[in-house]
Design a protein around this ligand. Structure first.
Ligand code: KE4
Length: 426
């Protein structure tokens, strides 16, 4: 009996009208093969697909669902908001509360503008940095993914890496020419780029934890070094915390690394599954954003009441339950269990983790660069992905994505994940 029959039929229908049958490339399983399961519902840490298969979910929509699927307090907040209307094209109190909530948690974000996705947040932050500095060039890191804005689709991570197109067609050479790339964790290379382009770089964009190549942590001193180089060269430092934001700490990763960026982009958790992103930072920079300044950026549904209600509910529950300690404990439990299994089975693997986000590279050497991630055993990952799915655990369908835990992943679920991992590697 084909346990994915309905998903396969839906994929055939989908491909008639949707490119690749999906609305975001990484969902298409190009990195692991096979048919993606079409999902019907989620509850807590579990998903059920259209064929009735149940999974413990380690994707969590690539990060937003930090409280798990269909959390009652998030659902109630969205239902209350929806009953009052879905959009007004006018300011609402919820947007003020969300901006205050973000600034209170992230002191570097003195002012905030809400948008509808991480991509919009990074695109807007780049335009603002270029306006503030009067410079054109952007420096990013190979394998870092900042959404699909033209300027960022150069040596990009995530789905661009999975599909083997880190430099997308359709990005004009004139745009790509303003995007400079350095290897992640290579401070000397960054200093060299600044020296080669004096007074020309508007901003350095960095994922303070690289979560779109799998997970790679910053080398000691890397982020502080970027801070110093940006200050010395008159460029803005932009932390892209769309993935790490409010997940690895209440105050984002910058509360852990104690490096203060000039601008920060966030998303995912602040919508808890509804579309939202935000950019913010220094008041003198953000004041340049229209209508207080001349840098234009707009959005019909920016600050949408339902997304804001979901995000405010999530941030409140995270505070009330002191979630980050639990998320750290869950991540540590899973990492230790996986490492013990790899050790017992003599499998060369690296588990990189920050709090409740982690990834597994089948590699005999530590993975601290994109090159090392690319050199990991992708065939082994493909087999592991399908073995885990066959045993009821859903990983992101690519070795170049991070796995996520929620507060709903209790000890029973974590132990089921470890049982599945042991079986998948037999
Ligand atoms: P969105 O436009 O997808 O909301 O956010 C773009 C983005 C920006 N910055 C970082 C650090 C991100 O991780 C992302 C999006 N993350 C991917 C996961 N690798 C989204 C998943 C997808 O593309 O379907």
């Amino acid at each position: 009996m084909n346990k994915y029959a309905r998903s396969e039929a839906l994929m055939a229908r989908a491909q008639a009208h949707i490119p690749g049958g999906v609305n975001s490339p990484v969902r298409a399983h190009k990195g692991v093969g096979g048919t993606p399961a079409f999902m019907r519902s989620g509850s807590g840490c579990r998903l059920t697909d259209v064929d009735g298969n149940s999974y413990i979910d380690l994707v969590l929509a690539y990060g937003p669902l930090i409280l798990g699927h269909a959390h009652p307090e998030v659902l109630a907040a969205v239902q209350r908001a929806a009953a009052l209307g879905t959009a007004f094209g006018a300011p609402t109190e919820g947007e003020v509360a969300m901006a205050e909530a973000i600034s209170e948690r992230v002191p570097s974000m003195e002012m905030v503008r809400l948008v509808n996705s991480g991509t919009e947040a990074t695109m807007s932050a780049l335009r603002l940095a270029r306006a503030f500095t009067g410079r054109a060039k952007l420096l990013k890191f190979d394998g870092n993914y900042h959404g699909h804005g033209d300027a960022f689709l150069v040596k990009a991570g995530s789905g661009a890496l999975t599909t083997g197109m880190p430099d997308s067609p359709g990005v004009p050479p004139g745009v790509a020419a303003d995007t400079l790339v350095a290897p992640y964790n290579d401070l000397a290379a960054v200093a060299a780029v600044f020296a080669a382009h004096p007074q020309a770089i508007a901003a350095v964009f960095v994922e303070p934890i690289a979560g779109n190549v799998g997970l790679i942590q910053p080398a000691p001193g890397f982020l502080a070094g970027l801070r110093r180089l940006c200050t010395d060269n008159g460029a803005l430092l932009v932390f892209d915390e769309v993935m790490t934001g409010f997940r690895v700490a209440r105050g984002c990763y910058q509360a852990i690394c104690k490096v203060k960026p000039d601008l920060t982009t966030v998303g995912k958790v602040i919508g808890h599954g509804l579309p939202v992103g935000a950019y913010g930072g220094r008041r003198d920079v953000m004041q340049m954003v229209s209508p207080s300044g001349a840098v234009y950026q707009a959005g019909t549904l920016s600050g949408n009441p339902l997304a804001v209600a979901a995000g405010l509910a999530a941030l409140r529950v995270l505070d009330e339950t002191k979630a980050w300690d639990r998320l750290e404990d869950a991540g540590a439990h899973l990492q230790a269990g996986l490492e013990a299994i790899f050790e017992r089975k003599g499998i060369a693997a690296q588990v990189n983790r920050e709090g409740s986000m982690l990834s597994v590279f089948f590699s005999a050497v530590p993975v601290t660069t994109l090159a090392a991630a690319m050199a990991s055993d992708r065939e082994m990952f493909r087999r592991f992905f399908h073995g885990m799915r066959d045993h009821g655990v859903l990983l992101p369908p690519s070795p170049f994505e991070s796995w996520f835990l929620s507060t709903a992943h209790n000890t029973e679920a974590l132990d089921q994940i470890l049982e599945a991992a042991a079986a998948a590697l037999d």
